[in-house]
Design a protein. Structure first.
Length: 56
């Protein structure tokens, strides 16, 4: 993803989000990007019995 950060229009289209929301995906920072993804999964499953982690 970091290689594609020079092409924000393509990334926004890939994520199916407006260009203005692309910064929230943290595509230029792998650690922050994994944190964003882990938070999305945690909110989606809402189950304290599962441990959700990420790896860079």
């Amino acid at each position: 993803m970091t290689d594609l950060s020079a092409f924000p229009d393509l990334l926004a289209a890939y994520f199916e989000i407006p260009l203005g929301e692309l910064e929230g995906k943290a595509v230029s920072d792998p650690i922050a990007s994994v944190n964003v993804d882990v938070d999305v999964v945690r909110r989606a499953i809402q189950a304290p019995a599962y441990l959700v982690t990420g790896l860079v």
